[in-house]
Unconditional design. Structure first.
Length: 323
């Protein structure tokens, strides 16, 4: 039986283990395959140490590059991909890959605990779990996945919940869709594959992400177009509510650029509804509901939807799949 062939891309390690000023290309392209020697008996590995930076220093452009390399590798015979880096931005990087890698082959993102030091047992265990998922036929067609502490999460739902307990992740709306048990991935739920965007369409446009706080008067809204933003995501209270006096300026902003209304709550849902309410008034003024996407992920989706000079109609069509 043919062994699965995987590309494993490293972008860095744990933020706490990354010395200040240490960045750029990773020094050892064989680090991944050397970390878990037993993997070579299970899968064929193509190892690429692309960057060596803390995940807070990653940009969407970096992940667009990763998506392109994954698509090229899958087109050239790889059966799946694993991307490893620090935990801080994994919920964003995984969602970018979910949006840009259109293949049915598994794409897995895993938090690693190895910075500049030699990889330890925790690193090996996490990498082995991620590889097991990426090599599993059952992982096909699920989009990008995040594997952390042997739990398997869909990229569209996952969030970092604790920064000091070994990178704990949760999926508040759905829970994990599976787990790695005794080395074998087991799935008890599947998510529907949503439409993807071309990986070679360039980086996302710049989108402002703004959280509304009690007593805020929104005086900064009018400056967003002048600062060069292509769009904005507003995290309202609860189901997307803002103070009544903020409705007119938000409507004026939505007339100048695409504006998405999200919730600042962990499990807030902002959807079009039939009964009156502050959020409904905003949607009537042209704001786009984020559905069940967090503000972080709504920002990325809006930025990708606006590539190539696209406007409000393209943005609204992109978010229609997340309602």
């Amino acid at each position: 039986m043919k062994r699965p062939r995987l590309i494993i891309i490293s972008l860095g390690g744990t933020e706490a283990g990354m010395p200040p000023g240490r960045g750029g290309p990773a020094p050892d392209s064989d680090l991944l395959s050397a970390a878990v020697p037993t993997l070579a008996s299970v899968v064929d590995i193509v190892s690429l140490a692309l960057l060596h930076v803390p995940s807070a220093s990653l940009s969407p452009a970096h992940l667009v590059d990763v998506a392109q390399r994954i698509e090229d590798a899958l087109a050239n015979g790889c059966d799946g991909a694993v991307v490893v880096h620090g935990a801080d931005t994994i919920e964003e990087s995984a969602f970018i890959l979910d949006l840009l890698v259109g293949s049915e082959n598994p794409v897995v993102v895993a938090a690693m605990s190895c910075g500049g030091a030699a990889p330890g047992p925790h690193y090996a265990a996490r990498l082995a779990a991620a590889v097991a998922v990426a090599a599993a036929p059952e992982a096909r067609g699920l989009g990008a996945l995040v594997v952390a502490k042997d739990e398997i999460h869909a990229a569209r739902f996952v969030q970092l919940s604790h920064a000091r307990q070994g990178a704990t992740f949760v999926s508040p709306l759905a829970g994990p869709i599976g787990a790695v048990v005794e080395g074998r991935p087991r799935f008890w739920a599947r998510v529907t594959r949503l439409p993807c965007f071309p990986a070679y369409g360039g980086p996302p446009r710049q989108v402002a992400l703004l959280r509304w706080a009690m007593g805020d008067d929104g005086r900064w809204l009018g400056s967003l177009p002048m600062l060069g933003y292509a769009g904005a995501v507003i995290e309202g209270m609860g189901a997307g509510n803002v103070p009544m006096e903020a409705t007119p300026p938000l409507g004026e902003l939505a007339a100048r650029m695409p504006v998405v209304l999200a919730s600042r709550s962990t499990t807030g849902l902002v959807v079009a509804r039939r009964w009156p309410g502050a959020d409904m008034d905003l949607l009537r003024l042209g704001l786009i509901p984020a559905g069940w996407l967090s503000g972080l992920k709504a920002r990325l989706l809006l930025g990708i939807a606006l590539r190539g000079g696209a406007g409000h109609a393209a943005a609204a069509a992109a978010f229609a799949h997340y309602q």
